[in-house]
Design a protein around this ligand. Sequence first.
Ligand code: SME
Length: 159
Amino acid sequence: MAEDLKIAGGSKEKQYHSLLPQISALLEGENDKIANMANVCAALKEQFNFFWVGFYMVNGGDLVLGPFQGPVACTRIKKGKGVCGTSWEQAQTLIVPDVEAFPGHIACSAASKSEIVIPIIKQGNVIGVLDVDSAELNSFDETDAAYLAQILELIEFNS
Ligand code: SME
């Protein structure tokens, strides 16, 4: 297992490109999902200095806070509520350039300005989401959506 991340500079694409094999190495041989989710959060936070990176996992009728990096956050989110609950309901990635313009956005922190939420789908069901928040407007695009989905694949939620 790598002991330190090598933090790349350059374009977002270059940064993800450098990070992906490092995360792959970090998770290799470990099948504990919580440990792997925790390290994915840490690696993304360290590389991009996102404001908040974390998982919410479906538990009964709610999304419940899982491993994360950043300030303390809301513990439970209902289906259809906020960006996370909407991503869960629609089973779709949501890119929100300005959280204040998203109806029903749940403000865990006023410092969060833009957000991306990627659903984790196992056998056709959403089992959780990865939520990434930025302190700047308009931080996320299709590049983030594609690479974050690849990073989620590395956790092997389906195995
Ligand atoms: N903003 C999210 C809630 C989670 S926090 O951002 C960590 C939402 O609207 O679902």
